[in-house]
Design a protein around this ligand. Structure first.
Ligand code: GDP
Length: 485
């Protein structure tokens, strides 16, 4: 090696060491935000960023409570290939007149937030203010359901998918797909139109299972439920087939075509997502709409527990995990958060947390989970209700007050979105086990209506105040507090 090249390289190394020592290399933490569709990801990220930038009061976020957060701002993200999280657009929706909920997550996106802070360590404070980049990565939780596919071939996936679709609760919804499938011979020549029809029918079945409020099933492939930028692409045009006793299929057969596409889906869609995005996360919050499942009944709760188990499988780093063939994830802390706690009176917030802890505990036992630390909490990133009391039959009941969204109903009443109402949502049971085994409150079933966002408020300085929240500060502290020590 010529001397000059050698010394150049050494010079580079020395320079970057110098950069590091003088603080020019800012540490960063990649924070994953995930959860199934409509669990609250977009609302959470928008509220988190707004609270930090606006310097909101966050008593349980130590760095803020101790006055050590000096400045927070957005910066261009480092990854050019990932779309930016539309923070400004989402905030504008929430500040609209009337305020609207922002458009939900449909694909992966990213946002870089930089925090300037004073360290708690004396010697670090002498070096001036510290900086930390927080790279927030928002992605659909449905995509995590695909990890197990990497371990199974097309034949096994087809068998499992067919078996699941023949279970009693699903059979009815799967009927149109089953009817077409029964006419198909997998040894027939590959036919693009037929592949398209089967794939559409299979997707319709998956979507309907997911939308069924009494089931909320989440079955892979994840991109069939949440296609992101791949909507309509041939990579997603496949479906399970019944081998009908055949062991081998000729090249050019329908089976061979579907098998090839299934494998392409794994190698071009699933694997790159886990390798390029998931495996690079440092911290993760998984948002869970526990109340929607409780509202749906026991089958919905069972499906939610199954989904949490599968999601936790992705974070498991033990010897038998599917990761052995891939890159190891480096996530060391996971927060499981039950969202939309503002649908309950505050006396039920701890109960909601306890129910999620029970669900998570069972899911972790099932997934033989080890690895990252798991924390559980109940929160509302944006509180759309306030609390009050109502009298019914001589009894005083704690209730919540807000604007139910237009079209929401309770009993025979349909709301128009313009009027405030006090609603008694019911109490969650003190025993979390009872909630999971299907229970009814003494006042009947729990009823949750969706509320419109709260009216935005301006500060005396003229800028918008962050929206009220429930326990958002605890979520922030658990996710990144230690980075700001
Ligand atoms: P995503 O699909 O995970 O991005 O879900 P969103 O963040 O778009 O949330 C879906 C819907 O849930 C919103 O449109 C709201 O109706 C509701 N929602 C989300 N977060 C909250 C919250 O903190 N409080 C209330 N009341 N509703 C919420």
């Amino acid at each position: 090696m010529p001397i000059s090249t050698y010394s150049d390289a050494a010079g580079d190394a020395l320079r970057s060491l110098g950069d590091f020592a003088s603080g020019l290399v800012t540490p960063s933490v990649k924070l994953g935000v995930t959860g199934l569709a409509r669990s609250g990801k977009t609302v959470f990220i928008t509220a988190l960023v707004h609270n930090l930038i606006a310097g909101a009061r966050l008593p349980f976020f130590d760095a803020a409570a101790q006055g050590r957060v000096l400045r927070v701002y957005l910066e261009p993200q480092p990854d050019d290939a990932v779309p930016r999280f539309q923070y400004e657009k989402h905030l504008a929706d929430l500040r609209g007149d009337p305020p609207r909920w922002p458009e939900s997550t449909r694909r992966i996106s990213q946002l870089r937030l930089t925090i300037e802070y004073a360290s708690t360590k004396f010697w670090k404070r002498q070096l001036g203010r510290e900086r930390l980049h927080i790279d927030i990565v928002d992605y659909p939780g449905e995509w995590l359901l695909d990890l197990p596919l990497l371990g199974i071939d097309y034949r096994e996936w087809s068998r499992t998918a067919l078996e699941q679709s023949r279970m009693s609760a699903r059979k009815k919804i799967a009927r149109p797909w089953h009817a077409s499938l029964s006419l198909v011979d997998p040894t027939d020549p590959a036919d693009e139109a037929l592949a398209g029809t089967l794939s559409e029918l299979f997707k319709a079945y998956l979507r309907e299972m997911r939308a069924d409020p009494h089931a909320l099933s989440t079955l892979p492939p994840g991109r069939f439920l949440m296609p992101g930028d791949l909507a309509g692409s041939p990579a997603l045009t496949f479906a399970p087939l019944d081998p009908r006793g055949h062991d081998n299929f000729a090249r050019g057969s329908l089976w061979a075509m579907m098998e090839r596409r299934y494998e392409a889906y794994k190698s071009h869609v699933v694997r790159p997502f886990f390798r390029d995005h998931f495996a690079r996360l440092d911290r993760q919050i998984v948002l869970i709409d526990v109340l929607a499942a409780l509202n749906g009944g026991q089958a919905a709760v069972a499906d939610l527990e199954r989904a949490i188990t599968e999601i936790l499988e992705c974070f498991r780093t033990g010897a038998n995990s599917l990761w052995s063939s891939l890159f190891l994830p480096r996530i060391d802390r996971i927060v499981l958060a039950a969202t939309k706690a503002d649908h309950l009176h505050q006396q039920s917030h701890d109960r909601l947390e306890a129910i999620l802890a029970r669900l998570a505990g069972r899911a972790m036992a099932r997934a033989e989970f080890s690895g990252a630390a798991v924390n559980v909490l109940a929160m509302a990133a944006i509180r759309a209700t306030r609390e009050g009391e109502a009298r019914r039959n001589g009894e005083t009941l704690p209730c919540i007050i807000g604007y139910p969204l237009a079209g929401e109903t309770i009993g025979r009443r349909t709301f128009d979105g313009n009027e405030e109402f006090a609603i008694f949502p019911g109490d969650l049971p003190a025993d979390p086990g009872a909630a999971l085994e299907g229970w009814q409150t003494e006042h009947g079933e729990m009823r949750f209506v969706r509320f419109r966002p709260p009216n935005p408020r301006r500060r005396p300085s003229g800028d918008f105040a962050p929206f009220p929240n429930i326990r958002l500060d605890r979520a922030i502290e658990t996710l990144i507090g230690d980075y700001l020590a």
